[in-house]
Design a protein around this ligand. Sequence first.
Ligand code: EPU
Length: 426
Amino acid sequence: MDCLVLQGGRPLSGSVEVSGAKNAALPLMAATLLAPGEHVITRVPRLADTQTMVRVLEALGAKIHWDATTMRIDTSTCSSVEAPYDLVKTMRASVYVLGPLLARFGRARVSLPGGCAWGPRPVDLHLKSMEALGATIEIDEGYIVATAPPAVGATQGSSLRGTRFTFPISSVGATGNLLMAAVLARGISVVENAAIEPEITQLAEYLVVMGANIEGIGTTRLEIEGVDTLSPARVEVIPDRIEAATYLVGGAITLGDVTITRCQPGHLAASLGALEAMGSKITINGLAITLQSGGRPRAADIATAVYPGFATDMQAQMMALAAIADGVSVITDTIYHDRFSHAPELARMGADIRVVDNVATVHGRTRLKGAPVMATDLRASAALVLAGLAAEGETVVSRIYHLDRGYENLAAKLATLGARVERRPE
Ligand code: EPU
């Protein structure tokens, strides 16, 4: 296992290119199951999670060639409908194969993901939406067994039928699964309170290129008219808005000057707004964003929300920034109430953070001090790296396999920006 060793206190400066978005690539890869044949997905980030999805698809029988960032997925050879525990337990997003398998084969057997580092994270909405489409769901030995058998004599397809479904709370993953099942269901589905995160919008657009009928893309009301078959297609993964914003925070927290390129500035509006509120100067130039620090950041209050609100996936990183800000910041996570494992680790570096329920109160300190730290999830680990970049002395972030799940070439990209960073065995 590797750790990341950072010598902090040096302003980041320069330019770094954003990778394709993990959370867009994963559902796109799952969607290839819907149409037998060869799909081409470009700008796929090389991450532990995309590698896990490769293994899930291979377990289902797909043939995959992944050359640099171009992935060719041939799903004509798929025959298994089982996503095994060993893979699903390492990545919850494996549950994205549920909808496509059910729609294509009328059957799916997908391990239940179980809990996660910051709480229970249920999949009840995924299951309810499949039931609404007419599937029968059972839990058998830790597996979700979903069935909607095709007509007698047919080897493919399902008995799924259009439905009206209103999500009681917005769910990125459950919206994705429902979309992927409904595109091959018989008749019309109307989905209310659908997630509108850019990653889901891209999934819907990809399904349309494959031949699906979907109205209302990009809004919370989707109308889907099922089709009999879909065709393989080609898609470029959208840029990773969370990776992009993380590097911008790197600029702000080190009082530096950072440009990110090949990003989609419109997807980052909430993060940019928060960074500006904390004193950074933001300049957008086409697909590039430059952050110039305005000196020590100012405190700000932040509350996470569904898109286009402030992303929960940026909450930890902004807490690292708040830890050195002038004043008191109040940071509330309304999406995941327990997502604060970074707070006690930041405190080990000198941060003053008090968490009560889902609200963290951060009294900014003028400096942080390097320390050995570790986190139990991806974004918490990113927050510790950011704090380490700003801190005096050496910070060792261990368990960096969490970072490998979501940040492509993190150490190399940080080094490009002038960080003193080294990846070494623990
Ligand atoms: N929820 C339920 N039941 C469900 C599904 C969700 O109660 O069946 C709740 C969750 O517990 C949470 C809320 O609904 O309170 C929203 O969860 P959502 O389903 O939107 O999350 P997700 O699809 O499991 C994706 C991202 C996460 C990101 C969240 C929120 C992927 C692969 N994962 O998860 O990304 O935090 O949306 O935006 O897209 C990350 O990249 O670090 C990460 C965790």
